[in-house]
Design a protein around this ligand. Structure first.
Ligand code: DC
Length: 210
């Protein structure tokens, strides 16, 4: 069984890298941010307050099809996800599902904020993907333009900074580099180069474990 943990801040490229690793190693992949996004969107739909733990907890048993809702991908829902994710009860409610996915026969790749620290601290390989705030905002900007949006660079930078601060400073399972993780800064890398480096880092970690 091979478990690979990919953590990092918003728009660092960790999702793209996790999916590429999944193809390369032939493992299933779980974007754990989607679970928090689904809770955030459910709270919104129920007219609840994402900063209120009881409202957020009530949204944790969302219906599975919600995970396929394209609305989950929006920046607004990303911010709601970050807000509901500070509540320890919400994190607890989502732990088992993530651990079950990680420990399925053959193993898995999970990407998120606390995979290498909390969900799978004994993962066979861990990488922490990051990039400068400016580069991450620029990626969001290009993405929004490509989808016909009218993005504003300053508000994208402010959103990313607010999300980083909340994700890194919360009391429970804050975003930080796990012990034994390798850092992959994608600021100056093409997607292809970032994927090549991620595979090289994971190969070296798996080799070192043998
Ligand atoms: O990876 P993402 O942008 O889809 O995540 C959305 C929010 O969900 C993120 O800002 C914080 C929260 N999250 C978390 O707390 N732990 C995870 N493992 C994944 C996401």
């Amino acid at each position: 069984m091979t478990i690979i943990a990919v953590d990092g801040p918003a728009a660092s490229g960790k999702g793209t890298i996790a999916r590429a690793l999944a193809r390369h190693y032939g493992l299933p992949c779980l974007d754990t941010g989607l679970l928090y996004r689904a809770v955030g969107l459910s709270v919104l739909k129920a007219g609840g307050d994402p900063d209120h733990e009881a409202d957020a907890l009530a949204a944790c048993d969302f219906d599975a099809p919600l995970l396929d809702d394209p609305a989950l991908r929006s920046e607004a829902v990303g911010s709601l996800a970050s807000r509901v994710s500070v509540h320890p009860g919400v994190r607890q409610a989502l732990v088992q599902r993530q651990r079950d996915f990680a420990t399925q026969p053959g193993g898995a790749i999970l990407d998120g904020r606390d995979i290498g620290t909390v969900i799978a601290p004994d993962a066979d390989a861990k990488i922490f993907v990051t990039a400068s705030v400016h580069v991450r905002a620029r990626r969001r900007y290009d993405d929004a333009l490509a989808h016909g949006g009218h993005p504003d660079m300053d508000s994208l930078i402010a959103d990313i900074q607010a999300r980083d601060t909340r994700d890194m400073s919360r009391d429970h399972a804050p975003l930080r580099m796990a012990d034994g993780a390798d850092l992959l800064d994608t600021s100056d890398l093409t997607i292809e180069a970032a994927i090549r480096q991620a595979i090289a880092l994971v190969d070296a970690q798996l080799e070192g474990r043998r």
